[in-house]
Write a new protein. Structure first.
Length: 111
């Protein structure tokens, strides 16, 4: 069975990043998404797709300790690393409009 999931949060300066993706920077001073808490909870509630025994450290603040494992999560359509919710919550990491629309539609279905 073939699964076609879309990659999310693979900023080029992350160890697993895509060289063609945007760079992850600290955007915490910029306007936040009004539903950021819901988006972060959604990312945290994904199903483990790839379990990795490693650790992930915050690349923007080396003084931080471990922020997650290196595991990957999915909702069946999108795939992201376990550290993505941290980067969204802490640094206002940008997410594609298509993903945001997808999450909002799924959350609306649950209401």
């Amino acid at each position: 069975m073939e699964m076609n999931v879309r990659r999310l949060g693979n900023y080029r300066n992350l160890p697993y990043g895509d060289p063609d993706a945007p760079e992850l920077t600290d955007r915490s001073h910029e306007p936040r998404l009004p539903d950021e808490a819901d988006i972060v909870r959604y990312l945290q509630s994904g199903r483990c797709f790839v379990a990795c025994p490693g650790v992930s450290r915050d690349i923007l603040d080396p003084a931080r300790r471990i922020i997650s494992s290196g595991s990957g999560y999915t909702d069946g359509v999108w795939f992201w690393n376990e550290d993505l919710p941290h980067y969204v919550k802490t640094y206002n990491a940008p997410l594609p409009d298509e993903f945001l629309a997808h999450v909002r539609a799924r959350l609306a279905e649950r209401s």
